[in-house]
Design a protein around this ligand. Structure first.
Ligand SMILES: *[C@@H]1O[C@H](CO)[C@@H](O)[C@H](O)[C@H]1NC(C)=O
Ligand SMILES: *[C@@H]1O[C@H](CO)[C@@H](O)[C@H](O)[C@H]1NC(C)=O
Ligand SMILES: *[C@@H]1O[C@H](CO)[C@@H](O)[C@H](O)[C@H]1NC(C)=O
Length: 173
């Protein structure tokens, strides 16, 4: 953890002691492998299945599953924004991102599905393709006079995916 995230962690611990203390040893272990530890715990604690998980694999699936859901949520948001934006450069960028995020959702669905069957090579391939598509969306806004209206959400997704990959990497034989 860098200083900023350590501080955030301490602050979170102060504000939400109950939630943090609800973490199980397995959640603690899993999030210990990740860069974005606070987000990792937040994600796992939001899923009632995490508490009952008995293997790191189950925790990895929950993390991967929430990553997929977040991508689908962003796809819907880009699509809605595109639909309600007048013709022009912004609409074009939103439209491209809507297309890219449809693909991100598909990739992360495949990754989540492959994870279930422990096909780690395929998981890695699909996650890499999802990252490329996410970056293509970011590029649609580069050098433009407007910023992505969903940059906070897309950054959060990239961190969630990074966390899921960190946990999945520990499963490899
Ligand atoms: C967790 O396990 C308890 C006890 O076995 C069970 O009652 C509960 O429904 C389970 N929760 C989930 C979300 O699976
Ligand atoms: C991810 O896969 C698990 C099964 O391994 C499944 O229960 C879950 O619904 C999937 N998540 C999504 C968002 O498709
Ligand atoms: C966006 O517009 C397209 C075409 O006009 C339509 O097919 C689609 O259902 C709309 N999506 C949403 C989320 O409103």
């Amino acid at each position: 953890m860098n200083h900023i995230s350590s501080l955030a962690f301490v602050l979170l611990l102060t504000v939400f002691p109950t939630q943090i203390l609800c973490q199980t040893p397995l959640m603690k272990q899993a999030c210990g492998y990740t860069i974005y530890k606070v987000l990792c715990l937040e994600t796992l604690l939001s899923d009632p299945g995490s508490k009952n998980a008995t293997t790191l694999k189950e925790i990895a699936v929950i993390s991967s599953s929430h990553t997929e859901n977040k991508a689908n949520e962003i796809y819907t948001q880009f699509t809605n924004l595109k639909n309600s934006t007048a013709e022009g450069d912004l609409k074009q960028a939103l439209s491209r991102c809507s297309d890219y995020y449809l693909s991100v959702g598909d990739r992360l669905f495949s990754a989540n599905f492959s994870l279930k069957y422990s096909n780690y090579k395929r998981v890695k391939e699909e996650m890499t393709k999802a990252t490329v598509d996410r970056e293509m969306c970011d590029q649609a806004f580069e050098g433009k006079p407007f910023k992505s209206p969903l940059s906070e959400a897309t950054t959060k997704l990239s961190q969630m995916q990074n966390n899921a990959e960190s946990i999945i990497n520990q499963l490899k034989p």
